[in-house]
Design a protein around this ligand. Structure first.
Ligand code: SAH
Ligand code: F3S
Length: 482
């Protein structure tokens, strides 16, 4: 199952094809969300032009970059351990090595790394990657370098990302940056700044380019994709001040989906993440209209309790969320729906927790990502609310919902038994080298015998068996999408 935070990918060292004339070696590692992995591709693209080739061997790197995540304390601790490791390698093997921190922790901890802890040479926030060549020049001259300025315009729309460790079939395309939602638990609005959208023309060009290179599936990425709005540039919050002409020619998320779907009718299109308060029915209708837009919506709800939703500043009620689910199911009966959930938000009671469970029973999600609340300094909840749910209670509640989700995933996966599904082959199955692994439009992993099929083929597969999260089947033939 593809995860938004793919644990198997966390910390993967990314490599790309080498350029002969490049002499310096870059080791780049990423943690956190898909946006970070996508950003690392932009960073690698910028540094390829600065004389760097990527390496998988930390010991030989001239420059080590870690793209960091601040979403929960655990994510930050993992990165801190890696920084200790880099410094040990630097001390013992490679004193010339330079270490840099990118991404959300760069923004959150700014000068602390450079001045107090002195464990890095370079700190670069998510909107400052184009400044990397200047910052590296500073570092080369023996000075620390930092740029954590958040931008109102930067979308990296003009940079063509190099694809790191790609399967050559699926790719991320970022469409918005930042977030204006201010959920009270979330650090993203502070680390990634205000929300802005990328020029649709540059998005379409990237999608076309990917198709020409053989890619078969893209995921449009943003913290809140439904909020996408292009009116010639500028912040989402300034749209009210736009001219009548700008307003009349603006492009919203459903328009963008339609543009992509029409331009590349055989390319599978996914998107992530949706926010219930911004997902409008026209998006669901556009999904229904185009076969190549995959029938899956990742629709985090965080809690099933109206009181907690309010305290989280999620701008909808459980009833409105349930109505949205009903509408999605009415328009697209076989649409997969997945969730993110937080247990143990401050003041959460057993009754609130029961509301979460009853919401899950109502929706029966296909899959989900569940977390215990982690207080983030600087957020509204961090400043104004005591983290008062004891750790053992958080853990138990998490186990309750993880177990329930497993039951639901199993029920939902079994619904596909004896049907025929279209699978896009991505790679060899992890468990068997005589089987392919790919996903259905609903984002369910399906494995089947390789026969003569190859990576990148769309194959119709008859589902004969399944585990709780994986379909097992027999290929029938290429689908008409090839
Ligand atoms: N809009 C984003 C969501 C960002 S974070 C996206 O594109 O995915 C991903 C998930 O992490 C959230 O949906 C939430 O469930 C979880 N999360 C965020 N902040 C958290 C915190 N302080 N403690 C625990 N979980 C958190
Ligand atoms: Fe975070 Fe809420 Fe935005 S979870 S990324 S503030 S939609």
């Amino acid at each position: 199952m593809e995860k938004i935070i793919d644990e198997s990918k966390q910390g993967e060292a990314l490599v790309l094809e080498k350029k002969k004339e490049n002499t310096r070696k870059l080791f780049i590692e990423s943690y956190g969300c898909a946006m970070n992995f996508s950003d690392s591709e932009i960073v690698a693209s910028i540094l390829t032009n600065e004389g760097f080739n990527t390496t998988q061997h930390l010991e030989e790197a001239d420059l080590v970059l870690v793209n960091t995540c601040s979403i929960r304390d655990k994510a930050e601790q993992t990165v801190r351990k890696r920084l200790e490791k880099y410094n040990a390698v630097k001390r013992d093997h490679n004193p010339k090595m330079k270490v840099g921190v990118l991404g959300c922790m760069a923004e959150r901890l700014k000068t602390k790394f450079l001045e107090e802890e002195k464990i890095v040479d370079l700190v670069v926030g998510p909107d400052a990657y184009k400044d990397l060549p200047n910052l590296l020049a500073e570092v080369d001259e023996g000075r620390d370098a930092i740029n954590v300025i958040l931008s109102k315009e930067e979308t990296y729309g003009d940079i063509s990302p190099v694809r790191l460790n790609s399967n050559g079939v699926t790719a991320f395309v970022s469409i918005t940056r930042g977030c204006d939602n201010m959920c009270t638990f979330c650090v993203v609005p502070f680390t990634r700044g205000r929300e802005r959208s990328r020029n649709p023309q540059s998005i379409i060009e990237e999608v076309n380019d990917l198709w020409n290179k053989g890619y078969k599936e893209i995921t449009l990425l943003g913290q809140n994709v439904d909020s996408y709005l292009w009116y010639g540039g500028g912040l989402k919050k300034d749209f009210a001040k736009a001219s009548d002409m700008q307003k009349a020619t603006s492009v919203g998320f459903s328009n963008l989906l339609e543009l992509c779907a029409k331009d590349q009718p055989k390319m599978r299109i996914r998107f992530s993440t949706s926010n219930p308060q911004d997902l409008t029915i026209d998006v669901v209708e556009t999904m229904a209209k185009y076969n190549n837009i995959c029938n899956h919506i990742h629709l985090p709800v965080q809690s099933g309790s109206n009181r907690i939703l309010k305290a989280m500043n999620r701008l909808h009620t459980r009833e409105e969320y349930m109505e949205l689910i009903d509408n999605i199911r009415q328009i697209i009966p076989n649409c997969a729906i997945s969730q993110d959930m937080i247990v143990g938000f401050p003041t959460e009671t057993e009754n609130d927790h029961k509301d979460t469970i009853s919401l899950m029973n109502y929706v029966k999600y296909n899959f989900g990502y569940m977390f215990t609340y982690s207080e983030r300094p600087g957020t509204m909840a961090g400043r104004n609310m005591e983290d008062d749910v004891p750790e053992p209670v958080k853990k138990r509640r998490l186990q309750d919902i993880v177990d329930l989700q497993r039951e639901h995933s199993e029920i939902k996966t079994k619904e596909w038994l004896n049907t025929t599904v279209e699978v896009l082959i991505e790679k060899e199955s992890k468990k068997s080298n005589i089987q392919w692994s790919g996903r259905t439009p609903q984002n369910i992993v399906c494995v089947f015998p390789k026969e003569d099929y190859k990576i990148g083929d769309f194959v119709n597969v008859k589902v004969t068996n399944c585990t709780s999260a994986t379909l097992i089947g027999e290929p029938i033939g290429l689908s008409e999408n090839n």
